[in-house]
Design a protein around this ligand. Structure first.
Ligand SMILES: CCCCC/C=C\CCC/C=C/CC(=O)SCCNC(=O)CCNC(=O)[C@H](O)C(C)(C)COP(=O)(O)OP(=O)(O)OC[C@H]1O[C@@H](n2cnc3c(N)ncnc32)[C@H](O)[C@@H]1OP(=O)(O)O
Length: 286
């Protein structure tokens, strides 16, 4: 009995050794483990890592894991979250195009609903958020970054909402979160052109707040931003953020079904299916 308890304790110690070295608590978000979470015990800040190789494209399972993680952070009264990626070159390739190609009705509904959930939870989170953008971040990848309050981007990558380049318009909640970061003028120009910004261009236009030399530097800079809130009442902070974002959040909250139906209608158009098929082929031929 005692030996069993010691064995159990030893196993627990071994499995948590790597976390203890950096005073981190580790947990994963759920059954599919596509999101890793490391909470720094000293600061209370969680580093949330998207981990769906090769490019962190956002499919139903990844979105569901991320959504559960955001719930856990909120119920644990997180001190802050840094969103990053396990890939060396891609933060997130955006929505998984295979979720929209030859769609299966029930799955596409669940997929879009999960995306709406993630957006509402991340954009409206009571805890402070920052994105350590350690790779390319097109479309839905850029969406995750602009939901956060602060963005630090590693040099030599690209970011933007490039939907018009794919022959579609960015959905309305993509546009509202983009406009929360950029001036209406800059947002209109970038959205209509489908601009993908280099890190330097993104800094110049205000799409990112700082440039980093590598992933560790980007996480460090995000952490410094989040630590500034130690001096601020978390309730006053959360209320202020949510008041500023209230209109955008209510816009989707009050029109979720309509937004879903628009998505289902769009992806079921033969011309869109043809475009998606060609796009998938062009990615494969690269
Ligand atoms: C087009 C009409 C859409 C109609 C839908 C209508 C309305 C709905 C609303 C739509 C909203 C959409 C928002 C989105 O997020 S759409 C997704 C937009 N994303 C992109 O355009 C990015 C495409 N990917 C890339 O540009 C590159 O992959 C990269 C991110 C720069 C990384 O480059 P690299 O490291 O060289 O990797 P590869 O290109 O070789 O890719 C490896 C592997 O991954 C597959 N892949 C890449 N991106 C996606 C993706 N978004 N979804 C699914 N799969 C993706 C790629 O095909 C490779 O696969 P194989 O290894 O099998 O060849």
């Amino acid at each position: 009995m005692i030996r069993n308890s010691i064995n159990l304790l030893t196993k627990k110690l071994i499995s948590s050794t790597s976390c203890q070295r950096t005073r981190m608590r580790c947990f994963s978000s759920g059954a599919t483990n596509l999101v890793d979470v490391n909470v720094n015990d000293k600061t209370g800040i969680a580093v949330v890592t998207l981990n769906r190789p090769p490019v962190n494209s956002l499919n139903l399972e990844l979105l569901t894991d991320l959504s559960k993680t955001l719930d856990e952070l909120e119920s644990n009264r997180s001190k802050g979250m840094i969103l990053t990626s396990s890939s060396k070159t891609v933060f997130s390739a955006g929505l998984d195009i295979l979720e929209m190609y030859n769609p299966e009705p029930e799955r596409s509904k669940a997929f879009w609903t999960a995306l709406q959930d993630v957006w509402l939870k991340l954009y409206g989170s009571p805890y402070p958020t920052a994105a350590a953008i350690n790779g390319h971040s097109p479309a839905g990848g850029c969406l995750l970054a602009i939901c956060c309050e602060y963005r630090v981007m590693v040099n030599d990558f690209t970011i933007g909402l490039n939907e018009t380049r794919l022959g579609i318009s960015a959905p309305s909640f993509f546009i509202s979160s983009f406009r929360n970061v950029l001036s209406t003028r800059e947002a209109e120009k970038a959205l209509t052109l489908g601009t993908m910004f280099s890190s330097d261009e993104a800094l110049k236009v205000g799409l990112v707040d700082e440039i980093a030399t590598d992933k560790a530097d980007s996480i460090n800079k995000c952490e410094n931003f989040l630590l500034e809130f130690k001096k601020v009442s978390s309730m006053a902070r959360a209320f202020t953020k949510q008041s500023l974002r209230k209109k955008d959040l209510e816009e989707l909250e009050n029109n979720r079904e309509q937004d879903l139906q628009l998505f289902l209608f769009a992806i079921n158009q033969p011309i869109v299916q043809k475009g998606l098929g060609a796009y998938i082929q062009s990615l494969k031929k690269k």
